[in-house]
Structure formats: structure tokens, C-alpha cells
Design a protein around this ligand. Structure first.
Ligand code: GRF
Length: 197
């Protein structure tokens, strides 16, 4: 069984999708051992507690924040880190400690509308401003380049007439993110198990 840590900052609907997937068996090769939040107010923490998953809050204002995260990851023998709405960029040094062991969900079809500055509603507004017919979500490995790691899975979602950024965001979460994040997580867990790790 692969030990998973999920890093969050907000509402945690993607975390919920992961929790539900462990219950339904979509994720069977890994177990969520720990949820780490960069905000003490994140509703994601309540979702974790409701599922009896250990939680920790790290302070991004502290200079040692990544050291604190690393300590927690070691304490829980974490094999795979899933970034699910985690708003901070991990340093190159941090990322190099977990090669192909950190994955992220991004709410667009990478390589479109990704990288520095593309987060939250900005991504969806940019899609609308560009009159795209389609958008979607992408799960990718995390490397030193923001949203630049190898793509694991993506799913296309149509853009509709009269969409606002909020409406498009919700459709992309429902039709793509909550489906592919659990599937990609299971795929990566299986890969790690097959490597004997
Ligand atoms: C999602 O749209 C995700 O793609 C992005 O941040 C949002 C997080 O939502 N990285 P939630 O906290 O999982 O509800």
C-alpha cells in the first residue's frame, strides 16, 4: 500500500473526491495517511477529520515551512504527495527530493493556460477571454517548472455560451477534476508498487 499525503489550501472538493475514491475502491493501491493544509481555515481540514484522516497545518509565513512539511512526510512514511488545490509553489530543492512522487491537478488543458499566474478563476477567465471551445483539467507530475512536469492524465470539458469563469470552473471540477485526480492517483500508486517501492 502506498502512503499518500494530500496538500491542500482551500475547500477540498478534490480531497473529497480522493476520499470517496478510497471508499469506493477506485483507489485501492494507496491510502491517504495525512492531509497537510497551508491554511488553518481550510474546509478541507474538516473533510479530512470527518474521514478520520490525520491533519496538520503548516505556516507559509515561517521560513522553515518546507522543513516542517518534510518532517511530517517522513514521520508518516509518505511515498506519494498529491497537491489538491495547494496554492503554494514548492521549491526546486523540495521537489528534487520526491522525483515522480508529487502530482498536481491543474484546471486547464496543459500546456494551455498554465504556469506562473494561472491559478483559480484566472485560468477560466483566460479561457473565456481567448474564446476557447474547450478546456478541461490535467494531472501532471510536479517538477521544477510550474505546471511543467510530465502529463499523467487529462480530460476535455466543453466551454458553453454564456459561461462565466465560476460556471466553467464548476463544470471542469465536476466533469474532469473529481474524476481524473483519483484515477491518476491510483495509476501512480500502482506504478510505484510495481517498482517495488
Ligand atoms: C481546483 O480547481 C484545482 O484544480 C486547483 O485549485 C482548485 C481547488 O479546489 N488547483 P478544491 O480545494 O479541491 O475544492
Amino acid at each position: 500500500m502506498i502512503n499518500i499525503a494530500v496538500l491542500v489550501s482551500g475547500g477540498g472538493t478534490n480531497l473529497q473526491a480522493l476520499i470517496d475514491a478510497t471508499k469506493s475502491g477506485i483507489i485501492s493501491s494507496g491510502k491517504i495517511r495525512l492531509v497537510i493544509s497551508s491554511s488553518s481555515n481550510a474546509y478541507a481540514l474538516t473533510r479530512a477529520k470527518n474521514a478520520n484522516i490525520d491533519t496538520a497545518v503548516v505556516r507559509y509565513k515561517s521560513a522553515n515551512v518546507e522543513q516542517d512539511i518534510l518532517k511530517l512526510l517522513q514521520e508518516y512514511s509518505i511515498d506519494l504527495i498529491v497537491l489538491a488545490g495547494f496554492i503554494h509553489i514548492l521549491s526546486a530543492d523540495f521537489v528534487s527530493r520526491y522525483p515522480k512522487r508529487i502530482i498536481n491537478i491543474h484546471p486547464s488543458l496543459i500546456p494551455k493556460f498554465c504556469g506562473d499566474g494561472f491559478y483559480g478563476l484566472r485560468v477560466h477567465q483566460a479561457v473565456l477571454d481567448n474564446h476557447e471551445e474547450f478546456s478541461g483539467a490535467t494531472v501532471h507530475y510536479v517538477n521544477q517548472i510550474t505546471d511543467g512536469g510530465e502529463i499523467i492524465m487529462s480530460k476535455i470539458v466543453p466551454v458553453c455560451v454564456n459561461d462565466t469563469a465560476e460556471i466553467l470552473q464548476q463544470r471542469i471540477m465536476e466533469q474532469a477534476e473529481w474524476i481524473i485526480l483519483p484515477e491518476a492517483t491510483e495509476q501512480v500508486c500502482k506504478l510505484l508498487l510495481n517498482k517495488g517501492e
